[in-house]
Write a protein that binds this ligand. Structure first.
Ligand code: GSH
Length: 234
């Protein structure tokens, strides 16, 4: 049985991490049985979630998890897609993961209002007297990551403009299709769903969420993916 290490559901989302939601959705698309474990962060091979343990084989990073599933279980997430479609799917996936993601991190962690409604909850288990110091240190580390990646060097307006362009591109490409690449779910749907669900999360007030809410097809898509690929106990 595969164990998927997660943060656990939060903010009405299957997981606060879009990468964890992506990995879980991939397991569901592939129809593989799995269990989740929320106690694995400290032992994460790359210091991040998600990772899986598949009968003793540990695989870290959502893309490597996908490739592991494809190789070990012979499941092609892009079955039926042409090389051109596979290339488009990969490019959208990486746009979400390597660009849109950082705008979401900025929105959740750098805005005080969003931080105290959201990520601050992750520190509940830290003893109260230490909590403000630990939160400040972790936020400082997130700020450094944003700066190193580059998104953190932009103004809020510039970040919103970049993220909105990505959201509009996703909406334009999805159009009125059921799934991102057509009538059947593909690997990219796990990623697009995870990032759109995180973007549309009503807990956070962000210009990116407003940009996404303008597109009825994105709201329809997230509702449909939620119904098909998430646990009913959310
Ligand atoms: N490339 C990784 C990204 C995973 C990732 O960034 N996970 C974040 C949560 S969204 C994390 O665990 N961050 C903890 C940290 O950096 O300390 C993947 O695809 O799995």
């Amino acid at each position: 049985m595969i164990t998927l290490y997660t943060f656990g559901p939060a903010f009405g989302l299957p997981d606060p991490s879009p990468f964890v939601t992506k990995a879980e959705t991939l397991l569901k698309i592939a129809g593989l049985p799995y269990r989740t474990d929320t106690e694995g962060f400290r032992k994460a091979p790359k210091g991040k979630l998600p990772y899986i343990d598949d009968e003793g084989t540990r695989v870290a990073d959502s893309t490597f998890i996908r490739w592991h599933i494809e190789k070990k279980y012979g499941f092609d997430f892009d079955r039926g897609l042409s090389p051109e479609q596979r290339a488009i799917a990969w490019a959208f996936e990486k746009m979400a993961e390597d660009n849109l993601y950082w705008a979401l991190v900025d929105a959740r962690w750098m805005s005080d209002a969003n931080f105290y409604k959201g990520p601050a909850q992750f520190f509940r288990r830290v003893p109260a007297p230490l909590r403000p110091v630990v939160m400040t240190l972790v936020r400082r580390r997130v700020r450094s990551s944003l700066y190193a990646q580059g998104m953190g060097r932009h103004s809020p307006e510039e970040i919103a403009a970049l993220a909105t362009r990505s959201i509009d591109a996703i909406s334009d490409f999805l159009d009125d299709k059921t799934f991102f690449m057509g009538p059947e779910p593909a690997g990219v749907d796990a990623t697009i769903f995870a990032f759109l669900a995180g973007t549309l999360c009503p807990v956070f007030d962000t210009p990116i969420r407003i940009a996404a809410e303008r597109h009825d097809n994105l709201k329809r898509y997230v509702a449909q993916m939620t119904a098909r690929f998430t646990k009913s106990d959310l």
